[in-house]
Design a protein around this ligand. Structure first.
Ligand code: MG
Length: 251
C-alpha cells in the first residue's frame, strides 16, 4: 500500500528536508582535491546532529557511514573512507536525514575542480532528468510518468539509465512502497495521489547500463568503468503540484 501523508506530516518531512538541503550545500562546498570522503562524512554527521537530526544511513543494515560517497565510476552506496578526491573526479554524495521521526533522502554528484566535457554533460543531463521527473509528481499522474521523464531525457543524450536500482516511497522510514524505476512507459503504474511522497533518484552511466557490486557488499560500479551520476530529491505530490522537500539546489 502506498501511504499518503497529511499536510501536517508533509510539513514534518519538509523540516527534515530543510536540514538535508542545508547539509548538502554545506558538504558540496567542502568538495575539493585532497579532501577524503571520511572527512565529508564526519562533517555531515556533525551538521545533522547539530540540527537535532539523525543520519538515517548510519547503521542502516550495518552501513558504517552517515553519507554514501561514490566517486567516478562508482554509482551509489560507497562507504566513506580514506579516498582522497582528485582534480577531475566527480563525487556522488547521498544523505539521509531523520528529524522528529520523518526522513528526507537526497543525492547530488559534484565536480572536483575542472571536469571533462562528457562528464560535465553527464551531470547536467542527469540533474535535468531529476527536475523533469519531479515535475511529474502531480496528483492524477502515474509512476510511469516519472519513470518515462527520466528515461526519455537521459537516453536522448546518449547516456544509460541504470535499471536495477530504483527510487522509492519515503516517510517515517526511508524505503516505502512503491518502487520508482527510472525507465518505463508514461501512463502506467500506480496513480499518484495527493499526499504521496517519493524519493526520485536517477542513476546514470556514460556508457552501458550494467553495474556490479564490489566485494565490500555495498559499492556499486558501472560495469564498463564509465563515469556515473546520481541525483535525488524527496518530492511530495500536493494539490498545488510537486513540492521538493529538500531543495538542495536552491541558492
Ligand atoms: Mg533514495
Amino acid at each position: 500500500m502506498i501511504q499518503r501523508k497529511t499536510p501536517a506530516q508533509i510539513e514534518k518531512m519538509a523540516a527534515a528536508g530543510a536540514v538535508h538541503a542545508r547539509c548538502m550545500k554545506m558538504v558540496s562546498g567542502m568538495v575539493r582535491p585532497g579532501i577524503t570522503t571520511a572527512e565529508l562524512d564526519l562533517a555531515v554527521e556533525k551538521f545533522i546532529r547539530s540540527q537535532g537530526g539523525e543520519p538515517t544511513f548510519k547503521g542502516f543494515r550495518g552501513f558504517p557511514g552517515s553519507i554514501c560517497a561514490s566517486p567516478n565510476s562508482m554509482v551509489v552506496h560507497g562507504i566513506p573512507g580514506p579516498y582522497e578526491l582528485e582534480q577531475g573526479d566527480i563525487i556522488s554524495i547521498d544523505i539521509g536525514v531523520t528529524l522528529d521521526g520523518w526522513v528526507a533522502d537526497g543525492a547530488s554528484t559534484i565536480p572536483v575542480g575542472e571536469i571533462d566535457e562528457t562528464t560535465a554533460r553527464l551531470l547536467e543531463v542527469s540533474k535535468e532528468s531529476l527536475d523533469l521527473a519531479a515535475a511529474q509528481m502531480v496528483p492524477g499522474n502515474r509512476v510511469g510518468d516519472i519513470s518515462n521523464a527520466v528515461q526519455t531525457h537521459v537516453e536522448a543524450a546518449g547516456f544509460s539509465i541504470i535499471r536495477s536500482l530504483v527510487g522509492h516511497g519515503i516517510g517515517e522510514t526511508m524505503h516505502e512502497e512503491p518502487q520508482i524505476p527510472n525507465y518505463g512507459m508514461a501512463g502506467r503504474g500506480p496513480e499518484i495521489e495527493e499526499g504521496m511522497v517519493f524519493a526520485i533518484e536517477p542513476m546514470v552511466n556514460v556508457g552501458g547500463p550494467e553495474i556490479f557490486m564490489d566485494d565490500d557488499g555495498w559499492s556499486v560500479y558501472s560495469e564498463d568503468g564509465s563515469m556515473a551520476a546520481h541525483f535525488e530529491f524527496t518530492v511530495a505530490a500536493t494539490d498545488n503540484g510537486p513540492r521538493i522537500l529538500n531543495p538542495w539546489d536552491e541558492t
